[in-house]
Design a protein. Structure first.
Length: 216
């Protein structure tokens, strides 16, 4: 299964599989968890690009928190961008393409994208040339990789790019919360060693903030 191709993601979005498996709500929840961690004021008037925007469900969150910002979404899946334009074309501009298609903007958000791509560091290099600030979020220290993920990440994964800030946090849509957290993670950890199973850790996300190379 090559998850790095537009054809693969066109099938997921075009067939309705992404929606059936909760992709719309997950993207929205990811954005809700990330926006408070952006170093942006509500009065921000620049341009924000969501790279790997999927079906665009982060856009309402960005529009609500930064009502004066210009919003752009980029994804290499034509089927995803068609959904974006139908649902959110009134609040954002959408472009079909890879990292090289990203316009020069103030801020780029890359949320839960790089874990799917072979050349994650090459993508970061390209994005840094197109913004003044870049936020990258991926799963943190994923012990058992989801089938579509090609690598795991820790605090030092992108040290070569000298992130200005690294933050680990819980996010709805990924992390366990409430009763599920206490039973599925902590309570069952008491018996997992006796069953020959590894201790389970709460699933977390990690955000890296980078200073971009583009001057607005």
């Amino acid at each position: 299964m090559n998850v790095n191709t537009a054809e693969y993601w066109n099938r997921r979005f075009g067939s309705g599989d992404w929606e059936r498996k909760g992709g719309f709500s997950q993207t929205y929840q990811f954005a809700e968890a990330q926006v408070p961690r952006f170093q942006l004021q509500p009065t921000f008037r620049g341009a924000v690009c969501d790279f790997g925007c999927g079906a665009g469900d982060a856009m309402p969150v960005y529009a609500r928190n930064f009502p004066n910002a210009r919003l752009v979404g980029v994804d290499f899946s034509r089927d995803a961008i068609e959904i974006c334009r139908q649902r959110y074309g009134s609040i954002a501009t959408f472009i079909v393409g890879d990292a090289s298609a990203v316009p020069r903007v103030d801020v780029i958000v890359c949320s839960n994208v790089l874990e799917h791509l072979d050349d994650d560091k090459g993508v970061i290099s390209t994005l840094l040339e197109r913004c003044t600030r870049l936020y990258v979020t991926v799963p943190y220290d994923e012990r058992v990789l989801v089938s579509e993920h090609v690598r795991r990440y820790d605090k030092s994964s992108f040290d070569d790019f000298r992130p200005t800030r690294v933050e680990i946090f819980a996010s709805r849509g990924w992390s366990e919360f409430g009763v599920r957290r206490w039973i599925a993670v902590y309570a069952l950890n008491a018996v997992r060693p006796f069953l020959g199973r590894s201790i389970r850790h709460r699933k977390m996300q990690i955000m890296y903030e980078f200073q971009g190379r583009h001057s607005a």
